[in-house]
Design a protein around this ligand. Structure first.
Ligand code: ARG
Length: 468
C-alpha cells in the first residue's frame, strides 16, 4: 500500500512517500472513533467562536454546522470508512467535512491544533464517563443496600485470615462493600470535577495568533473553568489518570466482593446461590454451575490496574509540551471505561439475584466456634474472671468439643463443666454462645448490633439520596 502526499492533512512540507509502518504505528482512529461525539462537539463550539471573531461568516458557519451534523450521523450509522492513513478522529471529521461542503471546511482548523483538540475530546469524555459510571456505581450501592435491608436478621461468620472469627449480621459485610463502592463513586466525582477545565484554545502549545474567545468556548462546552497555561493544557493527562485511578480502585474493590461470591458459591461454603442467568455450565461436567462473572471481574481488576500503570509510565519523564507518546492515553482510557461498565453491570446482576443459604451459615458459625470470644467475655463480666484466664477456659472447652465432635451450642453440661464450673449453668451459658445475641452485643459505633446496622442503613439511604 502506497500513501501519497494528498492523503494527509499535514503533508504540505513532506516529499510524498510515507512508509506503511509510519501509517500503522501512527493511526489512532481504530480507538478514537469512539470520541467522535466529543470531537464534533468541540468543532461546533470552535466554529461558532470563529464566526464571533470574524474568521467565518454566518453562511460559512451554517454550512460547517450542517456538515458536522451530517458527519456525526454518518459515524453514528457506522457509515464512515476508517482510513489509517488519515490517522485520527480529527482528520477523519475534517476530511469528510471537506468532501461534503468544500471550502468553508478548510477554514475550520484556524486557530486550532490537534493537540488542543484531542485534549478537549478526552476532557469531555472523562467528564461524561465519570458521571455515567458514578451513577451506575450508585445503583450498585442501592442493590447492596436492598440486600442488606432484606437480610439484616441472618447471621454469617465474619472471617479474619479466612478462618471463622465472630458472628456478623449478614447486612454487615454487604454494607462493608457498599461503603467502599460509595467512595469509588466519590472518586469518580472528583475525576469529573478535575476534567471540568477547558484546554481548547491552547493551540499547539503556546496559544494562537488570533483574538480567540476562550470564555465563549468554555460556556459553549459547559466547562467550569479554563486551563491557565496552554502548555499545561496540551501536555497534561492527569484528568485521565484520575479516571484510571478511580476505575482501578473500583475494579480492585469489585474483585474483592467477586472473590467472596466465588467462595460463597462453592460447595465448601454453600452460603450463596446465584441465578442460572449469571452462571455458566461446564462442557464436560454436567453438575457444574460456575460463577464466571465473578471470576471475570476478579481477572479484570488486573487489567484496569495495568491501564493506570501504562499511562502513568507513558507520561512519566515527558518533556513539555505535547509529545506523540500521549496518543497512548487512548487505549487505557477507553478500555477502562468500558471494562468498568461491564464490571458494574455484572456485579449488579449477581447482587440482585443473590439467594443466601441461611442454614449453611449457621452450621459454619457452629463448626467455627464463632461465639468463643463471647463466652470468654461473659466470664469476665458476669463472673469477674480475668480475661486471660477466661480465654484459657474457653480454649479448653473448644478442644473438648472438638474431641467429641460437638459445637458450643450443643455441648453437654458435663463437657462444659470440665472447662469451667460456670459453664454448666444454662442460664449463663446459652445466651453467651448464641450467635444473634453475640452480634447484638457488638454495640460500639459501626458494630454489628442490630441497632447499629440500622443506623448504618439509614445513613446509607441518606447518602444515596444526596448523591442523586
Ligand atoms: N492523534 C493525535 C493524538 O491522539 C492528535 C494530536 C496529534 N498531534 C501531532 N502533533 N501529531 O494525540
Amino acid at each position: 500500500m502506497k500513501h501519497t502526499s494528498n492523503d494527509k492533512l499535514w503533508q504540505g512540507r513532506s516529499s510524498g512517500h510515507v512508509a506503511d509502518i509510519t501509517v500503522e504505528i501512527g493511526q489512532s482512529i481504530d480507538l478514537d472513533i469512539q470520541l467522535y461525539r466529543e470531537d464534533i462537539q468541540g468543532s461546533r463550539a470552535h466554529a461558532r467562536m470563529l464566526q464571533r471573531i470574524g474568521v467565518l461568516d454566518q453562511t460559512e458557519l451554517d454550512q460547517i454546522l450542517e456538515g458536522l451534523t451530517t458527519v456525526e450521523a454518518e459515524i453514528a450509522a457506522r457509515q464512515m470508512p476508517l482510513r489509517w492513513e488519515l490517522e485520527d478522529i480529527h482528520t477523519h471529521v475534517e476530511n469528510r467535512l471537506m468532501e461534503l461542503i468544500g471550502d468553508p471546511a478548510r477554514k475550520l482548523h484556524t486557530a486550532r491544533s490537534r493537540n488542543d483538540q484531542i485534549a478537549v475530546d478526552t476532557h469531555l469524555y472523562v467528564k461524561r464517563k465519570s458521571a455515567e459510571l458514578r451513577f451506575m456505581i450508585l445503583d450498585l450501592c442501592r442493590d447492596l443496600l436492598a440486600q442488606a435491608e432484606k437480610n439484616i436478621d441472618i447471621t454469617i461468620p465474619a472471617y479474619t485470615h479466612l478462618q471463622v472469627a465472630q458472628p456478623a449480621r449478614l447486612a454487615h459485610p454487604l454494607m462493608a462493600h457498599f461503603w467502599s463502592f460509595f467512595r469509588d463513586a466519590e472518586r469518580l466525582q472528583f475525576a469529573e470535577q478535575q476534567a471540568d477545565r477547558l484546554p481548547l484554545g491552547s493551540g499547539a502549545c503556546l496559544g494562537v495568533n488570533y483574538d480567540t474567545d476562550r470564555e465563549f468556548l468554555r460556556q459553549e462546552l459547559k466547562f467550569e473553568s479554563i486551563y491557565e497555561n496552554s502548555m499545561d493544557a496540551v501536555a497534561s493527562r492527569d484528568h485521565i489518570l484520575n479516571f484510571l485511578y478511580a476505575t482501578s480502585v473500583f475494579a480492585t474493590h469489585a474483585s474483592r466482593i467477586a472473590e467472596e461470591i466465588v467462595l460463597w458459591c462453592s460447595v465448601e461454603f454453600s452460603f450463596l446461590k446465584l441465578p442460572d442467568s449469571v452462571t455458566t455450565g461446564s462442557s464436560i461436567m454436567p453438575q457444574k454451575k460456575n460463577p464466571d462473572l465473578a471470576e471475570l471481574i476478579r481477572g479484570k481488576a488486573g487489567r484496569l490496574n495495568g491501564n493506570l500503570i501504562a499511562l502513568m509510565t507513558a507520561v512519566k519523564g515527558l518533556p513539555l509540551a505535547y509529545n506523540r507518546d500521549l496518543q497512548e492515553d487512548r487505549h487505557p482510557l477507553l478500555d477502562s471505561a468500558y471494562q468498568a461498565e461491564l464490571i458494574v453491570r455484572a456485579l449488579r446482576a449477581m447482587v440482585q439475584g443473590m439467594e443466601f443459604q441461611d442454614k449453611n451459615m449457621q452450621s459454619s458459625l457452629e463448626k467455627g466456634y464463632a461465639t468463643a470470644t463471647d463466652l470468654a467475655d461473659a466470664l469476665v463480666w458476669e463472673k469477674q474472671v480475668p480475661f486471660r484466664e477466661a480465654h484459657h477456659a474457653v480454649g479448653k472447652l473448644v478442644a473438648l468439643c472438638e474431641q467429641s465432635g460437638v459445637s458450643l451450642l450443643n455441648a453437654a453440661p458435663e463437657i462444659r463443666r470440665q472447662a469451667h464450673p460456670a459453664f454448666e449453668d444454662p442460664d449463663f451459658y446459652n445466651p453467651a454462645v448464641d450467635p444473634t445475641t453475640s452480634a447484638d452485643r457488638k454495640r460500639s459505633q459501626g458494630g454489628t448490633a442490630r441497632f447499629r446496622i440500622e443506623e448504618q442503613l439509614e445513613l446509607a439511604r441518606r447518602n444515596l439520596e444526596e448523591a442523586g
